[in-house]
Design a protein. Sequence first.
Length: 79
Amino acid sequence: MQWDEKQNPTMALDTLIGSKIRFTGKGGYDSENERANRMLVVGESYTLESIDVGGWRSEVHLKEIPGARFNSVMFQNQV
């Protein structure tokens, strides 16, 4: 199955701190995705604590999972 960005958009990199973002369980490198799927629940919403925007990838920090970082492509903005 091919990733459809229109049907499965990733979170905006300018999402406000404190916003709720939903874990999709998709995207990122396989190792990142496996780790995230062990720690998070697909479809659940989490609180954005901070985001580190990089040139090739960006990482989010979640209030509910202190000290862990996750690739931003695995999340969607909650509408």
